[in-house]
Design a protein around this ligand. Structure first.
Ligand SMILES: [Fe+2]
Length: 192
């Protein structure tokens, strides 16, 4: 059997993930073991980062869009030095898969939020990710994580479609949030 090309592996993975999420009624955490395994198989693909098109990621040194359909996208991102994003949401479920470097990730559950800038979120997971590790945030309102890498990283981000153009950033200790408008949910974005 002919070995799939990197592009074929990306397409196969995207289609597999979509079918799994459909089976989970739109929530990848309901099909978590198979969902994580499918992403980890893709991480083993060599020359993965030759696939896709460059996108503008203001907080990443490089970022590429590998796969997109209206309800699922896969992007890559990397940075060569210290990098961090405070707790934020996405408007869709999101999974991160580390393929190089290291990454600390915290995921949060939304407890309550109002329209006046107050929000209480609860820490669900606090993980020191190593290459091969995958973290998954469920659909909104629990699509919240914070990321920090002291020495740089390379990761794939899989999301339930394009990111929301209006994102919320949370100050966990002060129980508050503010909204920032992103330029575009798919082609460019300030945050993964
Ligand atoms: Fe994010």
């Amino acid at each position: 059997m002919t070995r799939p090309t990197p592009a074929q592996s990306v397409r196969l993975c995207g289609q597999t993930l979509r079918e799994l999420v459909d089976r989970g009624d739109g929530d990848p955490t309901r099909v978590l073991p198979r969902f994580v395994s499918a992403i980890q198989r893709l991480l083993e693909q060599e020359e993965l980062l030759d696939v896709g098109i460059s996108r503008s990621g203001n907080h990443a040194d490089t970022s590429r869009l590998l796969y997109y359909e209206p309800e699922l996208m896969i992007v890559s991102g990397s940075a060569g030095g210290p990098w961090a994003q405070s707790a934020h949401n996405h408007g869709v479920w999101v999974a991160t898969a580390l393929y190089a470097g290291s990454m600390k990730q915290q995921t949060f559950r939304m407890l309550e939020q109002d329209a006046e800038g107050r929000a209480r979120v609860e820490l669900v997971e606090d993980v020191d990710m190593q290459p091969g590790d995958v973290c998954v945030c469920p659909p909104p309102p629990h699509d919240i994580h914070a990321l920090e890498s002291s020495g740089g990283y390379g990761m794939l981000v899989v999301a339930g479609g394009g990111f929301s153009p209006l994102r919320q950033y949370y100050d966990v200790a002060r129980q508050s949030y503010n909204e920032r408008s992103e330029r575009d949910g798919v082609a460019s974005s300030r945050a993964f």
